[in-house]
Ligand binder design. Structure first.
Ligand code: CA
Ligand code: CA
Length: 143
């Protein structure tokens, strides 16, 4: 009676951990196939940041569909919501969701995000400092 879904689930879910000793592993080239956790997205949108049936990414507002390679290529494709560039500041309307989100635990609460223009601008904006990873290291001040 039980149908077996011939599909492996190998989602490397982020533990969302508050431990944060700056142990954010960035270039984790384990397997080409494995989906990397994309910086700056809501866990809620996690499933949207995978190639769809056609290998494409659909802007979160549904306005456009582009090749998945265009996600975070530093060029804004989803002009209306900036959703293809969650980890870059290419989109004027983009939002970077801080890694620390209260809703990770409770499922409620407000979104904690900063405008894309604040990504790697040398100023710690997210209380966990997740918006800065290239030039400076921020302390976790979320507690
Ligand atoms: Ca893009
Ligand atoms: Ca910043």
């Amino acid at each position: 009676m039980i149908k077996s879904l011939g599909r492996k689930q190998s989602d490397g879910y982020d533990d969302g951990g508050g431990g944060g000793d700056g142990a954010l592993s960035l270039d984790n080239n384990e397997e080409e196939d494995s989906i990397k956790i994309i910086r700056g997205i809501r866990l809620y949108d996690y499933d949207s940041y995978k190639p769809n049936f056609d290998g494409n990414f659909r802007c979160l507002d549904g306005s456009k569909e582009v090749s998945f390679k265009r996600v975070n290529d530093d060029f804004c494709d989803c002009l209306s919501d900036g959703s293809d560039e969650p980890s870059t500041n290419a989109c004027a309307k983009g939002r970077f969701y801080c890694k620390y989100q209260k809703r990770h635990i409770t499922g409620r609460g407000v979104d904690v995000y900063v405008p894309s223009s604040r990504i790697n601008d040398g100023i710690c904006d997210c209380c966990d400092g997740s918006d800065e990873w290239l030039t400076i290291t921020c302390k976790n001040k979320c507690t």
